[in-house]
Design a protein around this ligand. Structure first.
Ligand SMILES: [Zn+2]
Length: 383
């Protein structure tokens, strides 16, 4: 049987970067290449009905070998972020004995303990790292490799009793389209886990509720020498709008369950100004309060500068899957039990972002997220 890390090293050498500019699914040809490879490998190991569809989604099943067990799905995404090169040219395994890890002597790139104190918990472990010039691709090839290896073991070891196991690999998670064409009824699971988290002890069943906000300010430009009591400077008003938002409720000052207003773009001149924000909160009511505060701020400025000066357009994005999963905590408990049975103390942590599992949960497939062992996003995984 191929070791999980060998499988992983094979997959990360393939370029599956998703491409937001391409509206097709999958958004890059590399993902289709990996999808076909995975479908073939599933078929070769004996997975039933292994297939890659035209949009780059891979499905397969392992039939139940006992009764009275639910059908459990395992899901990971094949694409990697569009940042530095999305293909790992020189991943390598290091035996970590503490201190900084030199990733690339020639270019003097290292993984330092100062920037990444979590390294302290990895002493004595074998780690896979990049040469510092590419992503590693652990997000989420680690999940893909782990699910593939789990399937192989389940099929080879008769002693493992299980209900039907449904396997799903999705494209384009990093550009927010992972669940769009996911065939929930065809997948056939009662519930599922995305294997797409960080540390192996993490289980995640809560994520942000999300909304976006576009602010448009209509000003009135007058020659500054004759502007008294006439000019309405849109650029200044958009700054005033921003200054009225709660100072401490920004991503750089918040953690855990604290929500925020995050300015992602601002531009303008005296005549017109625009700002874009994202609003996040685990608590839906608090997100609604943030939306209401935005509207009140616009009303206040309109009272000061004239009706129609400030326009806001608020749009809801994704929701917290907790709303679904709090009625199905047995699914979370099952994952906790599985970790504990393998000597890992489980930890439930709220995701400060979104997850495909949230969308899938609202599509009728309750779907918390479990860790892969990857850390630091770009450069390291422990095996
Ligand atoms: Zn991911």
């Amino acid at each position: 049987m191929e070791a999980v890390h060998e499988r992983f090293l094979r997959y990360v050498k393939m370029d599956t970067t998703s491409n937001e500019a391409n509206k097709q699914s999958p958004s890059s040809e590399g993902q289709m290449v990996l999808a076909r490879l995975l479908a073939q490998e599933l078929k070769d190991m004996g997975v039933t009905n292994a297939r890659a569809d035209e949009h780059g989604y891979v499905y397969g099943e392992i039939p139940a070998n006992c009764e009275d067990q639910p059908s459990i799905g395992l899901i990971a995404h094949m694409d990697t972020i569009d940042a530095v090169p999305g293909r790992s040219f020189n991943p390598r395994v290091v035996q970590y004995e503490g201190g900084d890890i030199c990733l690339n002597a020639e270019k003097d790139i290292k993984l330092s303990m100062d920037v990444f104190p979590e390294l302290a918990q990895k002493v004595g472990k074998r780690l896979i790292v990049t040469d510092g010039t590419t992503v590693l691709g652990a997000d989420d090839k680690a999940g893909v490799a782990e699910i593939m290896t789990a399937c192989e073991r389940i099929l080879q070891e008769d002693s493992i009793r299980h209900g039907k196991i449904c396997i799903g690999f999705t494209p384009d998670e990093e550009i927010g389209r992972g669940p769009n064409l996911f065939d929930v009824p065809g997948f056939g699971a009662d519930f599922a886990y995305t294997v797409d988290g960080g540390a192996i002890d993490e289980i995640e069943y809560e994520n942000f509720n999300a909304a976006s906000c576009k602010v448009t300010v209509h000003g009135r430009n007058i020659h500054p020498g004759r502007a008294k009591n006439k000019m309405k400077n849109a650029a200044r008003i958009v700054m005033e709008f921003n200054a009225m938002l709660p100072e401490a409720e920004k991503p750089e000052y918040t953690e855990g369950y604290e929500g925020f207003y995050h300015l992602t773009m601002v531009r303008g001149d005296e005549e017109n100004a625009f700002a874009v924000y994202i609003l996040r909160d685990h608590d839906r009511l608090k997100l609604e309060e943030r939306k209401a505060f935005i509207r009140r701020t616009a009303d206040f400025l309109n009272a000061r500068y004239g009706e129609g000066t400030v326009e806001v357009a608020l749009r809801d994005a994704y929701r917290n899957m907790r709303e679904v999963l709090e009625h199905r905590m047995d699914i979370v408990e099952r994952a906790k039990k599985a970790l504990a049975a393998n000597g890992v103390e489980p930890r439930c942590v709220p995701i400060r972002g979104g997850t495909d599992g949230a969308t899938l949960s609202f599509m009728g497939l309750p779907c918390p997220n479990v860790g892969t062992g990857a850390a630091n996003g770009l450069s390291l995984i422990h095996i």
